[in-house]
Write a protein that binds this ligand. Sequence first.
Ligand code: MLT
Ligand code: MN
Length: 311
Amino acid sequence: MFIRVLGAAAGGGYPQWNCNHPNSRLARNKNSNAIKRTQSSIAVSLDKKKWFILNASPDLRQQLWENPELMPAENDPLRYSPIMGVFLTNADVDHTAGLINLRESQAFNLYATERVINVLNSNSIFNVLNPKFVNKVPIKLDSYLELLNADKTASGIKVKAFAVPGKVALWLEDANKGPNFGSVDEDTIALEICNEETGASFFYIPACAYVPDWLKDKLNNTNLLFFDGTLWTDDEMIKQKVGIKTGKRMGHISMSGEEGSLNIFKDVKINRKIFIHINTTNPALLNNSSERKVLENAGWEVAYDTMEIKI
Ligand code: MLT
Ligand code: MN
């Protein structure tokens, strides 16, 4: 199974359009230690001919340009896409807005929780996904689902989705619904993706507010994990005067600190651990930062656009 990182940055991308934080400046100036990244998405394929996209970022069009295998090849029909399906892990703008790029009456399967599908159905702009072609599949948590190709044949990839701590998408927050803004379990899910034939599998968890013991147990002895790398410290956006929210308020665990992912996962056996969904303020974005060194010493990697892994 091939995994291609389409976008390694969090919502807004790196550099974010309106951000003049030193990190963003370095990337904007094309500093070699500050590699630009598009918004959060990965793609998986068994043969590099048929692909499934996990989350559809607003940068999707650019991501396809940078990953030509995801565009029609020379001998494909006049209208064709190698994208067989899209799987959403939440309704965040950085994970759903790219669906708009997939208009033009092209058949594919769209997998998401019922809650997220309802959100899409209630936003008329998503009607550009012609229901005659786009098959929306409400997924059941905690059970395996075989991904289907656009022509409904079996793909050979199965996915198990399960809820992780998080919150409802920012644009759906309802302050009248209490401290969790009306969030429910289905709002943030993790995916376990398996090659049915070989049994090879990996976990994709681009948003997670904290790591309970059951999640540590579930990830123990895992081959490959992509995990929420939004912030280095919980209050970094406040401290650096670029925002008013903590990571906790945004539904994202931080890398550092006692409750941070580096510490929490230190006794969990995972062969390869890769941070993804990285915010423009996170110092670990910089190849030469001391934070990057700390992270690497703890056995972690930082995803970058076009990164490819074969399992
Ligand atoms: C998040 O991951 O917290 C969201 O993508 C934030 C946003 O929608 O800007
Ligand atoms: Mn996001």
